[in-house]
Design a protein around this ligand. Sequence first.
Ligand code: MOS
Length: 696
Amino acid sequence: MTTPARAIGTPLDRFDGPEKVTGTARYAFEHRVERPAYLHPVQATIAVGRIVGVDTTAALAEPGVLAVLTHQDAPRVASTEDLEVAILQDAEVRYRGQFVGGVVAETSEIARRAADLVRLDYQARPHDVELRADHPDRYAPEVLNGGFATDSVRGDPERALSTAAVRLDATYTTPRYQHNQIEPHSTIAVWDDGQLTLYVASQGVHRLRDSIATLFGLAPERIRVISPHVGGGFGGKLHAHPDVALAVLAAMAVPGRPVKLALTRQQMFSQVGYRTPTIQRIRLGADADGRLVAVAHDVVQQTSRIKEFAEQTASSTRVMYAAATLGTTHRMVALDVPVPTIMRAPGKTPGMYALESAMDEMSIACGRDPVEFRIANEPAEDPERGLPFSSRNLVACLREGARRFGWDGRDPTPRARHSGGWLVGTGVAASMYPVYRLPGSSAMIRLGPDGRYAVSIGAADLGTGTWTTLTQIAADALDVPVGRIELRIGDTLLPPAMAAGGSSGMTSWGCAVVEAARRLRARLADGYAGVVPAEGIEVSADMPANPHGDSFAMYAFGAQFAQVRVCAETGEVRVPRLLGVFAAGRIINPKTGRSQLLGGMSMGLSMALHERAVVDPRFGHVVNHDLAGYHIATNADVGSVEVHFVEEDDPYVNPMGSKGIGELGIVGTAAAIANAVHHATGVRVRDLPITPDRFF
Ligand code: MOS
């Protein structure tokens, strides 16, 4: 049963919009603190080895320097299990750029200058930072991120491939992608009388608090994390990274002085996680009627020697299409590199680039239209678990997208359309993202005698719209106008909430809020006869588990259409038109929801044409470590982007009937563009990004 929708489904403007555009919304670095000090990190200049000499004399002699930290004198942490954050605890250097020191000073300029004066001598050892498909140290991780199995097999795909009427065997690669939120990772750490206060750009204040508590051996109650506004997350601000750890170490070195740290853009390229590069071999087999009989997806990717992060790259392949046989594998290489992390639809984004490119190639090999080819291979139930889908409207998205895009009558011949020196083509790909409801969220609602409802939950707004959409959910659950709701999020003093990850926030937090609202209304109906006592009425509720969780497979789907123009002379690729149609349950707020998907599609375009972190194998660092060298699509790179929704009524996902949309928009976009590029040029680009050199 879904809650009745009044506020839900309304395209309300963001409640936090005026604060943001007038500059009064406080981001982490901007919180007012007394007598702040400024921290600048010292970074390792070798990839692997040992620090054998430390000289901080010159740095300490700089006027205005308050403290210089190195592994020799930094405070000790309680747990060195997580070597990504247990920094400055020994002399080892484990990747290039690792934080090996820090300077605290009266101004950020002094701190930066003094950090340059810290002298470290190293004994370097040989390093390995290059992912190769035939790397001798490949291994199978025990489990993938998100709990996905490392390998999967259904039937005998090898055998089915060997006898299939039509076969494809192609390898696709994606490069390393870097988190580059508009707001760089920032922290203010205040260590005062055994209490730690952190103002941090965070996707989840409680998760961060618990990580820092474990690292430093502090009781969680002694740590408060505050994060009301976040300037972009995308996965990079979910787990604790070395910057927060360094800020806490520095704050402990100057007790009573709040320590401010904002990473430079360059520092972000080694500190806040990134998406692993992938090498993906896909083999497809089909019968003479264009029905898939075998799908094999084998992935090689990297992690860091100091900590494993195993991206779930082929996980989407397991549920996309009906094929009698299917096999997926993930193999990893542990390198002397920073730790990869979740990023913009982890696994699904690179995995669906490969699968949906291969589906395009296969549709051509089978002589089928790529829209019809996908529809012909639509599964009746989840091929992985044999469960019915709670709702699956990929076919409706493909058909609606084809209609809106003007797909019908498309001439499939490659390199057949010219316009003023440009080759023109169109492409399509599917999108998908699971519906997650992650445990660990509670909500509290307090009805005051003034008839206003304070709704409290430690949720996060990464710029995604939580301030607005969670208010809409609360209003409908309480059956009152949104103006009566006062939402409180982004603070560990509020009831615990799951971090904003896996597009799960609105489902997880929303379920907790709806449950608390239900209890409050029951209390009101029972005992108060409509009269609220002077002290108010307060109820709390944990997010209930989904009673349908084991009965249905729950996913959102979409169809991505792209038109591209490729300059015949230079190979420059432009994308005048992107069109996405998505079936994602009930859309809580069509305005902020559209923005989420539009942003995701733009990031997919960015992935298709621009983004690539280039590592220098001699030194182990990212060479193009700024926004000049690491190009992210901006308005000028994006033509028309259309977002449409297919109406979907799903009573099983949650009481709101909604599905996560934070990541759905990026999935499939790069494949749609690559497929359009093939249609335009006849060149199949299997290695992202699609740069001009691919055509000559
Ligand atoms: Mo998202 S990459 O799961 O924060």
